[in-house]
Design a protein around this ligand. Sequence first.
Ligand code: NAD
Length: 241
Amino acid sequence: MSLLAGRVAVVTGGAQGIGFAIAETFSRHGAAVVIGDLDPGDARERLGGAAAAVRCDVTSAEDVSALLDAATTEFGGVDVMVNNAGITRDATMRTMTEEQFDQVVAVHLKGTWNGTRLAAAIMRERGRGSIVNLSSLSGKVGLAGQTNYSAAKAGIVGLTKAAAKEVARFGVRVNAIQPGLIRTPMTTAMPERVWDQKMAEIPLGRAGEPEEVAEVALFLASDMSSYMTGTALEVTGGRFM
Ligand code: NAD
């Protein structure tokens, strides 16, 4: 089954982890995929098929515009936008610097705002489109050591719902995903003790794989979810349900 045949998808932070799994899944379902990443490396070659990879810092509106322009020039438009780029700068409030706070909020919140508003501007002209924003379980429950990240990820849910209301009448849908603990370069770097603590909180008894988030992104990107907008879907193995 090709759920995205003939569609063009842009994935920020798509060079590794969840973003790359989304790019691969979309590509397998027939989409032309354009990855935008701070460090695209050989992502285009790894993806194969109708694909491009562009250097892009999502905190820069200029970069995000250029990324969307590349999708339009190479493949004729933008049908799906996935705002996935992310970083962590964990520290308790007692030790977190303003820089750590600002960096995380800029990449997640401003980056997602840039991607959402600039993709929506293209999609509303075309009368269709689906935007998928990566929030986090951290934005739902708040996690100690992540006041910056939890605030930004909760903000992404608010942004998603507000944007969904603005663009629904143009045929554009905006939804979010809230993953729990997913095995990617972002999380496998954490100390074993912290990893084990988190595992104990997961009813399904294991971390998720990037492909398991990508399948949900595919659902939200495709017409399978045609009557859904402004939602945030949890992909957590039941953690903090
Ligand atoms: P990752 O660190 O493995 O990959 C993130 C990618 O984003 C990298 O390729 C990086 O180069 C890119 N990136 C970072 N800053 C960027 C910027 N300013 N502009 C463009 N690209 C940038 O992370 P991941 O685990 O795959 O996470 C992907 C998304 O899912 C993030 O938004 C993350 O917060 C969210 N998330 C992850 C988990 C998890 O457990 N891994 C859980 C919940 C939410």
